[in-house]
Design a protein around this ligand. Structure first.
Ligand code: S3P
Length: 436
């Protein structure tokens, strides 16, 4: 069992080791897709019905901002209904509060950049140190004016008429791509984007679902300006990045058996399944469906004979960026160890995830070598329970709850409530699936 201790401002969850990992789960809706549906539904004409919308706090920050700009949001049973503003956002009365969500701040900046008005964005302590220059540059080239505070939020977007640009994305970021696409949708003329690494393409699918036309040709994505969006009915597939925690847990035990229903398997997010196979998991895909361009399916995962290590670098590192903390957290238990490179972006996520993974692995007695853009974690190690600093980062919290399942003794995770940013049900599900 996990038990929860509270002090004044934060909670500590105690995670006991497990003997196995078995069961079946339908995960809450994908965070990335939920953000895009929230923003585009709030912008479109008509009422969208979004089922299995993410329960995480982050996509609810996106809904909250759209509400502040005139969208109507109501919950009807398991469906969130969003009545959009028909392409004209209202001037919000106060700041747009993005909470912990970099996705909300960056992607929404693109949407409001083309609207006449002034929009001030704020966020929590973590969001206030995350880089925003990456969206300021392209959006200013299109004609918006953006004021940052030392390259960060608070951020003020002075929106207005935009002109399309040809943009070469200097970093692999789906959020930046999305900001430019959302601005391009409303700009004069066409906007094109070239990505050096193919990042998650949920925005492309979502834009098409809401009725926009965009094309990918010779490696460039191209969108015509002046397009209108109309409401959709959609069911959000389960979140692969949340699934990653349980997939890694399933690798830790010889007789594990995990079934995940309606899991999002968009190819730009499915690299995690290749990693699970490469590390010794046996995956059976039981059923696959496609809606609005997004693939969802039921999968069954068992562990094969051994848990083996892996090297992750280059394009792979970018595509697995959200899953790297949990891969690193189980690395000491592998045969052969794990080496991660080209993942410098981890340092500017909700926390410096390289520094925190290294610190917390050491707190559990692991040997690990830190690199500027990754880490080397030898395999064949035995860990003991320790005190984990989540850094109030949801993925650090959940990654070390998984590492704790194979440690000797209990592990205390400080600031464990951070899990609610993307996966509020995490500890409940963990207790159901872990055999103690
Ligand atoms: C996201 C893109 C990634 C990812 C984040 C969600 C998205 O960020 O880490 O959790 O939904 O587009 P970057 O765009 O900064 O790489």
């Amino acid at each position: 069992m996990s038990s929860v201790l509270h002090d004044n401002s934060s909670s500590t969850v105690i995670v006991a080791p497990a003997r196995g990992f078995r069961g079946s789960v339908m995960l809450p809706g994908d965070k990335s897709i939920s953000h895009r549906y929230a923003l585009l539904a709030g912008f479109a004409e008509g009422t969208s019905r979004l089922t299995n919308f993410s329960t995480g706090a982050d996509p609810h920050s996106s809904l909250g901002c759209m509400k502040a700009m005139g969208a109507r949001v109501t919950t009807v049973g398991k469906t969130i209904e969003v009545t959009g503003t028909g392409g004209v956002l209202h001037q919000p009365k106060g700041d747009l509060d993005c909470g912990n969500s970099g996705s909300t701040m960056r992607m929404l900046a693109g949407l409001v950049a083309a609207q006449k008005g002034v929009y001030r964005f704020v966020g929590d302590e973590s969001l206030t140190v995350r880089p925003m220059e990456r969206i300021r540059k392209p959006l200013e080239l299109m004609g918006a004016r953006i004021e940052l505070t030392d390259g960060h939020a608070p951020m003020t977007v002075h929106g207005g008429e935009l002109t399309g640009i040809d943009f070469e994305a200097p970093i692999a970021s789906a959020q930046v791509k999305t900001a430019v696409l959302f601005a391009g949708l409303q700009a004069r003329g066409a906007t094109s984007i070239a990505e050096s690494v193919r990042t998650r393409d949920h925005s492309e699918h979502a834009l098409r679902a809401f009725g926009a036309t965009l094309e990918r040709k010779d490696g460039r994505l191209r969108i015509e300006g002046g397009q209108k969006l109309r409401a959709i009915d959609a069911t959000v597939p389960g979140d692969m990045s949340s699934a990653a925690f349980f997939l890694c847990a399933a690798l830790l035990f010889e007789d594990s058996n995990l079934v995940l229903d309606a899991l999002g398997m968009n190819p730009t997010r499915a690299a995690m399944l290749d990693v699970i196979s490469a590390m010794g998991g046996v995956i059976k895909v039981l059923d696959v469906q496609e809606t609005h361009g997004e693939i969802a399916g039921t999968i069954q995962v068992n562990r094969g004979r051994a848990l083996v290590g892996i090297d992750i670098a280059g394009e792979r590192a970018a595509q697995l960026i959200d899953e790297l903390p949990v891969i690193a957290a189980i690395a000491p238990y592998t045969e052969g160890g794990v080496r991660i490179r080209d993942a410098k972006e981890l340092r500017v996520k909700e926390s410096d995830r390289i520094a925190l993974v290294v610190k917390n692995l050491r707190a559990m007695g692991a040997e690990v070598v830190e690199h500027e853009d990754g880490m080397d974690i030898p395999g064949g190690q035995r860990l003991h329970g320790g005190v984990i600093d989540s850094g109030m980062d949801h993925r650090i919290t959940m990654a070390f709850a998984i590492a704790a399942l194979r440690a000797e003794g209990e592990t205390a995770i400080r600031g464990a409530e951070a899990a609610a940013v993307s996966f509020p049900e995490f500890f409940t599900w963990l207790d159901e699936l872990a055999i103690r």
